[in-house]
Design a protein around this ligand. Structure first.
Ligand SMILES: [Zn+2]
Length: 195
């Protein structure tokens, strides 16, 4: 006895008693649904990156690493489910884990947007000195200003910065970093200016 790839019901015959699909049709439906959910997942990851550019958390790099660590195993899981479906092995449990992971990047993106867009608090001005900067070109270019930290236990902060500001600041400059507390308590940077 196996489970229907489409609805997950136990089936003894080629045609599923619960949803009426044959084994081949159920497989096709599953693959289509996997593809759709994968698209939703990838778009969610992009939405998260876009949100983190607009309302960058102070701990942006940790947030991006978290998304990266989530991203590749989740895609790997989708591939595994599809491979198993092709071999007509059991997929029900893995499929549920995959479907549960799909909305996570969207939830995190919404959290970041809400944290920044609905934050009505006044920014805190933190004084820092630029000690370096780095840029990485690519589809999602990364520009960071490395400044002395204002937080206990941290030596440096890597502040995301736009292209214009990136060219303006030099090592040794004194800057003011506008830090907001965030609606849900995720501190984020709303701007950097020279002092
Ligand atoms: Zn079925």
């Amino acid at each position: 006895m196996t489970r229907c790839l489409n609805c997950g019901a136990d089936r003894n015959e080629d045609v599923c008693g619960a949803c009426g699909l044959s084994t081949a049709a159920a497989e096709l439906f599953l693959r289509k649904r996997l593809l759709n959910r994968t698209a939703v997942f990838v778009l969610g990851a992009l939405a998260f990156v876009a949100a983190s550019v607009r309302y960058p958390p102070v701990e942006l790099d940790s947030a991006l690493i978290f998304i990266g660590v989530l991203f590749f195993p989740t895609l790997g899981l989708a591939i595994l489910v599809e491979r198993r479906a092709l071999r007509h092995s059991e997929v029900e449990a893995l499929k549920r884990v995959y479907y549960a992971l799909v909305p996570i990047p969207w939830l995190l993106a919404i959290l970041l947007v809400a944290n920044g867009a609905l934050d009505r608090g006044a920014p805190r001005i933190e004084h820092a000195r630029v000690v370096g900067k780095f840029a990485m070109a690519g589809a999602l270019p990364i520009r960071r200003l490395v400044v002395t930290s204002w937080r206990d236990g941290n030596r440096f902060e890597r502040i995301p910065i736009d292209r214009g500001d990136f060219d303006t600041f030099r090592s040794g400059d004194f800057v003011e970093v506008k830090v907001q507390d965030g609606l849900v308590g995720i501190p984020w940077v709303s701007g950097v200016s020279s002092r």
